[in-house]
Design a protein. Structure first.
Length: 178
């Protein structure tokens, strides 16, 4: 899928009067500046990458959610544990048929970041990096990441395969880094 179409599809899961993103452009991984390149250009869980970079566990805060049959979507931020410091914004679309009932229940509890749940339950998976994006914040992202309107940051689109089947589509956007 075209990265801009995938981005649009995920954003449209949570319609808003205020645009989330003003502009997004695909950036090849090799052209992505550090520290964003190390944080985003890999095939690992962003939960682990964020915890490593920020030297802290992270907590999830669900901003909005939808459950349509077995398709669960949520718009979230990750915060450094025990603080109000936001380190990541994300939109997740998960086909819950691809996991056990126990994993499904834990995901729907909304208390633990998705990556942590999948790791703790040893869900066999592969993460396919779709695209790195340079993002200019619209009002929605500016508010969610507590960053300046029209400010820039980087994010990624990815798909998680559980037991060989595509199960999760992700938009993960880092808070601006120095």
């Amino acid at each position: 899928m075209n990265p801009h179409d995938e981005l649009k599809s995920l954003i449209e899961r949570f319609p808003s009067v205020s645009p989330l993103i003003e502009r997004a452009e695909h950036v090849p991984s090799v052209m992505t500046p550090e520290p964003y390149k190390s944080l985003l250009a890999h095939n690992h869980h962003m939960t682990v990458a964020m915890e490593s970079y920020h030297k802290s566990s992270v907590e999830v805060r669900v901003l909005a959610k939808r459950l349509d049959g077995n398709v669960y979507c949520r718009k979230i931020v990750l915060l450094k544990q025990g603080t109000e410091q936001i380190v990541q914004f994300g939109i997740v679309q998960f086909d819950l048929k691809s996991v056990s009932e126990r994993v499904r229940e834990e995901i729907l509890c909304e208390k633990t970041p998705l990556g942590r749940i999948l790791i703790q339950h040893n869900v066999f998976l592969q993460i396919d990096l779709g695209a790195i994006l340079r993002i200019t914040a619209g009002p929605g992202l500016s508010e969610a990441l507590q960053m300046p309107l029209h400010g820039q940051t980087f994010g990624r689109l990815a798909t998680i395969f559980c037991d060989g089947q595509p199960a999760v589509d992700l938009l993960e956007i880092s808070a601006p880094l120095k």
